[in-house]
Ligand binder design. Structure first.
Ligand SMILES: Cc1cc2nc3c(=O)[nH]c(=O)nc-3n(C[C@H](O)[C@H](O)[C@H](O)COP(=O)(O)O)c2cc1C
Length: 486
């Protein structure tokens, strides 16, 4: 059963021990970020929880939850109503993305319980967070942005950082699909309508974080992921539709030439994103929200962060969907973006060899689909290893790769704009955002028949296990190996 709204999802998280509420007053200028960081760095994956704050300093009556969608894979799995064990999450998400369901447009919804227009409009009344205290330019929302292509009318939803610039003003930072839509409206000499959603059914966040081709409506992906159409409702002042059960909706327009310095902001690479750069600024026309709204904030800084974990799950599912369901590469057995690279640095593809240039085909498919997001280090290996295990990955790189033959540097690909190694600040200032960089492709598959694995036969290990207790030894866990063997 799909979640009705964010509130129902939060209730489920609380029951599962995946959300803890804090009753005392907390400071969004530093304390919330530091508490979120403490969960990320102080607790292992299986023990992490989202944090809910009922009393946010300076924002009476407005609750804030951080980490609800992706502080751990267990949270992403809860949003998908499955488990993070094994391949269940990848399989369910890629199947959902492969079966989009068109949204239902409804006339009424709780996101209209309070409507603020004219003098009532003030984005500063909603809790935004300073995520890198002492370093960020100020408080930021991490909302979903809804925009449209002016020609096709196709909707786009993406999560993009949003700096609070004043009562009616919010800056956006993105080189992705929303930017493309903004440019297309401006090319027609028209303002670009947009709406931000802060808090909604988690399926929207999973769809918004997924990599879908430009022109694909992520609200259909959200329907596919939750197995039921999402309900959208028309905005008050712009020709867009947003989730009917959203907590907070901010409507507005980008006007051609209306740019303001944005940033700095701590990013998923682990570094602060440059200094301030002029970016489009939204002029807010209306805010609608539920009574006692619950804002949702997502961290996007040093990996681990919610952004890296959420993008890991959604982008792995996007690539897997593309390779398995669209290209019919059933020999691609798994795909992994390790979170240590901010879900960008490394891409691992696990294949079952059936013959032909499979490594080249898999790599070409990944780059064609993900573009810049394909990563800097792309590794392809056989299906006897667990590419989700860092030990296994390092072992494979140690003994299945001939550096002089199996590593290829591909030059002249799009640089990832936030990668500080793509160019010195002087070079970046000269050539502007973007530019060209390189990536490395590593064929870590077996090239010939290898010697046997130097581990005892499994049956012998099993015999030892049976006598373990008789020998008076402390209990054994599951035996772990980086690869399959006989
Ligand atoms: C918490 C979080 C913050 C993000 N911030 C940004 C951002 O500021 N700019 C950006 O371009 N992408 C950001 N992303 C990634 C995009 O949401 C993601 O790449 C998405 O696929 C973009 O959608 P699009 O392809 O429709 O543009 C963020 C993702 C998450 C989960």
């Amino acid at each position: 059963m799909a979640y009705k709204d964010l509130r129902q999802y939060l209730e489920r998280l609380e029951v599962k021990g995946l959300l803890k509420w804090i009753e005392r007053e907390v400071d969004p200028e530093w304390e919330i970020s530091c508490m979120n960081r403490s969960v990320l760095h102080g607790l292992p994956e299986g023990k992490r929880f989202a944090l809910g704050f009922r009393r946010v300093k300076g924002f009476p009556g407005k609750a804030l939850v951080v980490g609800a969608v992706g502080i751990s894979l267990a949270h992403v799995a809860a949003a998908m109503e499955t488990t993070s064990e094994g391949e269940a999450l990848l399989q369910k998400m890629s199947a959902g993305l492969s079966h989009p369901i068109a949204p239902k447009i409804v006339a009424r919804g709780p996101c209209k319980e309070v409507i603020c227009k004219g003098d009532d409009v003030d984005v500063r009344r909603f809790p935004a967070v300073v995520w890198s205290p002492g370093k960020d330019a100020g408080p930021y929302f991490t909302p979903m942005w809804f925009t449209r292509d002016p020609e096709t009318g196709r909707r786009n939803i993406g999560i993009y950082r949003s700096q609070v610039k004043g009562r009616h003003k919010l800056a956006i930072w993105t080189p992705q699909d929303a930017q493309r839509n903004i440019s297309r409206w401006f090319a027609q000499g028209k303002p670009c309508p947009a709406a931000l959603v802060i808090g909604a059914d988690p399926a929207f966040y999973l769809a918004a974080g997924s990599k879908m081709p430009y022109g694909f409506d992520e609200s259909e992906a959200a329907g596919g992921l939750r197995g039921e159409a999402v309900e959208l409702i028309s905005c008050e002042t712009v020709p867009l539709e947003v989730p009917a059960t959203a907590e907070i909706v901010i409507e507005g327009e980008f006007h051609p030439g209306d740019l303001e310095p944005e940033g700095p902001f701590g990013e998923f690479t682990g570094y602060m994103a440059a200094s301030s750069v002029p970016m489009p600024v939204l002029t807010v026309t209306c805010i609608t929200h539920r009574r006692d709204p619950i804002a949702l904030g997502l961290s996007a800084q040093f990996p681990l962060s919610e952004s890296s974990i959420l993008r890991q799950a959604t982008r792995e599912a996007s690539v897997f969907k593309h390779m398995r369901h669209e290209l019919m590469f059933d020999w691609v057995r798994d795909f992994h973006f390790p979170v240590s690279g901010g879900t960008w640095g490394w891409s691992w593809i696990k294949i079952r060899k059936i013959g032909g240039p499979q490594v080249e085909r898999a790599v070409a498919a990944l780059i064609a689909y993900m573009g810049t997001g394909a990563g800097k280090w792309i590794v392809v290996c056989d299906d006897d290893v667990d590419i989700r295990d860092p030990f296994a990955r390092e072992w494979v790189l140690s003994y299945r790769v001939r550096p002089e033959h199996d590593i290829r540097v591909v030059d002249g690909v799009d640089a990832m704009p936030l990668d500080p190694s793509a160019g010195s600040p002087e070079e970046t200032a000269k050539r502007g955002r973007g530019g060209l960089s390189g990536r490395v492709v590593i064929d870590a598959t077996y090239k010939w028949r290898y010697p046997e694995i130097s581990l005892p036969p499994r049956e012998m290990l099993q015999q030892v296990r049976q006598r373990w207790q008789e020998d008076g030894l402390p209990p054994l866990g599951e035996l772990w190996f980086p690869c399959e063997w006989r």
